[in-house]
Design a protein around this ligand. Structure first.
Ligand code: CUO
Length: 715
């Protein structure tokens, strides 16, 4: 009399059922239980322990299952936070699994998955689990809606093994009549959007303090988004576009429109578009319990600028808290976002989050048309919209305003005594020295985990993304002191502005994009350092971004499967280098070696941290599948440190004691006008070019977990 509920896993044709306590079934499924069991029996069965007491879920249950859930809406994020707390409070893995099964058919699925993902990635007994990629669980958030009709046809009519991937055309959301469309390959890149979703999963702004309160979280909010803007601007300049214009006047019409072409399968709606010249207005939507005026945004903005210029903020007790050189940026990051760590939300509000809300509800500010939020309302989709960058350029400018109030780095802050960087060059097979080669590449992603129709089995979508040929850095360093540890910091920036004039340092510094950062031991005398592009501290490898994309990937409980699946936060390796241009976009590669003794962080292991995700139809199986491995895993075995520059390190403090963005995060010292004048002997600059070839490389058939990219022949 214990009916079995089917749960599919996406890989192959396996299916797994849960032996669910009868009391757990919802009223709708109770009468159907044995029928369902008959239809799906034959796979593995997993027994679920019945809990004696189900905790009070009434608050998270108050969101309808088919409502659109947005973390930017405080009412929703508080519900998710409550659910996270309830999951975190379960005493054992079995209890968590049981409660998750109970919730699965009751709680709003998007909230359920978000909350469980946060929990799974932060609990010591689950955080080593392998979870499916978000794009496989919710493919509709990441690609053109027409793909799914075609996938349905393919998977219904054609047998597994004979199916051909469904190609997503390059120009599915607009054409070149829209000027901004030139750069849609960046905005709509699946890996970039996955990174953003993961970042916000690792750094939620609401939730239990044990999860939210991570080392330098506010500062990382500033830095990771600053780097997005720097990267976007470099991408724009390489496409002959101007740098993004800040969204400053919130009463003017917004020039950029965006029509996402995405389905919102969970809410059974299409994602609302935003026509050109839409205007922001006061928001008052009872259903999401959200209301604020444009004037509120302006008031918060003015108070924040006031605080920056006075050098302190006022906390809730009415006391002044100084915005110091070391902590000021972290305080401001949390205050402007705003996270629950904001020292005074009454006074400074929630500028950034409500900017997202004002934009995402621009088409229906009072809910008279019963429309959901637009793509700006979800971290998985926000980066598709050109307005994201205008908004974040504005937010970044506030942080820059603060950075201009703290002391500039003097020569001593930048130098490393007796260390001289003599040269830096980059090289790649078959490509001229100091040139990067970029081109298009196709990749496949398995849609079957996120589709709920039969028959099962993989069905792939094939998308085209930017790629570059892997390259090496060669750095020659002279150390005239004793053996020491240094930190190598590598950045790249464009040389010329929109008018073709060389950048002045005060502008160029904001465009420096971090490419890598790592420690080296410098012996006395000459040191030749070689570093591969795929080792970058800002990126994760291609196959980690797309996870199960590899058809030949190791599976099961093997160590190999575990090692390549953990850490989903990280800039996608394929987007490390901007597109450049066919003439060769001219850039400057910058290398600095700073004194490792000053950069080091005393690492205390923390109990909380990290990422991941899950789909109602997939997740629970996945947890179970890995439970054995969890028992055997060392508690802190995996550090997830391969993209630490933008994502931090799991269970540890941010690995660099310097201000994030060092040495470019501050205005230059007196007398420095050009990059050359900024340099100290432990730095070097090399002119480089990024040459784009308009060719498309076919998907790799045999992936092994590391990136293998062929270089196309130049025509
Ligand atoms: Cu990442 Cu505005 O913070 O989207």
């Amino acid at each position: 009399d214990r009916p079995t509920e089917p749960i599919f896993i996406g890989k192959g044709d396996e299916n797994v059922s849960f032996d669910v306590p009868a009391e757990y079934l919802t009223d709708r499924y109770k009468p159907l239980a044995s029928d369902i069991q008959n239809r799906f029996s034959g796979g593995k069965t997993i027994s679920i322990t019945k809990l004696d007491r189900i905790p009070d879920l009434s608050f998270p249950l108050s969101l309808p299952r088919d409502a659109a859930f947005s973390l930017f809406i405080p009412y929703h994020s508080k519900m998710a936070s409550k659910l996270i707390e309830i999951f975190m409070d379960t005493k054992s893995f079995d209890e968590l699994l049981s409660l998750a099964v109970y919730c699965r058919d009751r709680i709003n699925p998007y909230m359920f998955i978000y909350a469980l993902s946060v929990v799974v990635t932060h609990r010591p007994d689950t955080r080593n689990l392998e979870l499916p990629s978000h794009v496989e669980m919710f493919p509709s958030l990441y690609m053109d809606a027409t793909v799914f009709g075609r996938a349905r046809e393919e998977s219904t009519v054609v047998q597994t093994g004979s199916r051909t991937p469904i190609e997503i055309p390059h120009d599915y959301s607009a054409n070149d009549l829209d000027f901004e469309h030139r750069i849609s390959y960046f905005r709509e890149d699946i890996g970039i959007n996955l990174h953003h979703w993961h970042w916000h999963l690792v750094y939620p702004f609401e939730g239990p303090m044990s999860i939210v309160n991570k080392d330098r979280r506010g500062e990382l909010f500033y830095y990771m988004h600053q780097q997005i803007i720097a990267r976007y601007n470099m991408e724009r300049l390489s496409n002959d576009m101007n740098r993004v214009v800040r969204l400053t006047n919130w009463r003017d019409p917004i020039l950029e429109g965006y029509f996402p072409k995405l389905d919102n399968i969970l809410a059974n709606r299409v994602w609302p578009p935003r026509p050109v010249n839409a205007r922001l207005s006061n928001i008052n939507r009872e259903v999401e319990q959200i209301s604020f005026d444009i004037e509120d945004l302006e008031r918060w903005r003015d108070r924040i600028f006031n605080a920056i210029h006075s050098g302190f903020i006022i906390n809730t007790a009415g006391q002044q808290v100084r915005l110091t050189e070391t902590d000021g940026i972290n305080i401001l990051g949390n205050l402007i976002e705003a996270s629950v760590l904001s020292l005074n939300q009454n006074l400074y509000g929630s500028l950034h989050n409500n900017g997202h809300n004002a934009i995402s509800f621009i088409h229906d500010p009072d809910n008279r048309f019963l429309e959901n939020y637009g793509v700006m309302g979800d971290s998985a989709t926000a980066m598709r919209d050109p307005i994201f960058y205008r908004w974040h350029a504005y937010i970044d400018d506030i942080f820059q305003e603060f950075k201009a109030t703290i002391p500039s780095y003097n020569v001593q802050n930048l130098s490393f005594e007796n260390v001289r960087v003599q040269s830096v060059e980059i090289s790649a097979t078959g490509i001229p020295r100091n040139e990067f080669s970029t081109f298009w590449q196709q990749s496949d992603v398995d849609l079957s985990r996120g589709l709920d129709f039969l028959p099962r089995g993989s069905v792939f979508a094939r998308f085209t993304h930017l790629q570059h040929a892997p390259f090496n850095y060669k750095i020659t360093v002279e150390n005239n002191g004793n053996q020491r540890v240094g930190t190598v910091r590598i950045f790249i920036a464009p040389r010329f502005d929109e008018r073709g004039l060389p950048f002045l340092f005060r502008e160029q510094r904001k465009l420096f994009v971090e490419l890598d950062k790592f420690s080296v031991t410098l012996k006395r005398g000459r040191n030749d350092i070689t570093r591969r592009s795929i080792e970058s501290s800002v990126t994760i490898p291609h196959d980690v971004t797309y996870r199960n994309l590899d058809r030949n990937r190791p599976s099961g409980n093997s160590e190999a499967a575990a090692a390549f699946n953990f850490c989903g936060c990280g800039w996608p390796q394929n987007m490390l280098i901007p597109k450049g241009s066919s003439e060769g976009f001219q850039c400057q590669l910058f290398v600095m070696i700073s004194n490792g003794a000053n950069d080091q962080v005393i690492t205390k292991k923390r109990l909380n941290h990290i990422q991941l995700c899950v789909n109602p139809r997939v997740l629970i199986f996945t947890i179970f599948n890995r439970s054995k491995q969890v028992e055997n895993a060392q508690a802190d075995g995996q550090t997830c440190d391969n993209a630490s520059s933008y994502c931090g390190i799991r269970n540890a403090r941010y690995p660099d004691a310097r201000s994030m963005g060092y040495p470019f995060d501050r205005t230059p010292r007196d007398g420095v006008v050009t990059l050359q004048q900024f340099l100290t002997p432990n730095m070097a600059v090399q002119d480089v070019r990024i040459r784009f070839t308009n060719r498309t490389v076919a998907p790799l058939q045999n992936r092994t977990g590391t990136q293998q990219v062929q270089t196309p022949k130049t025509t």
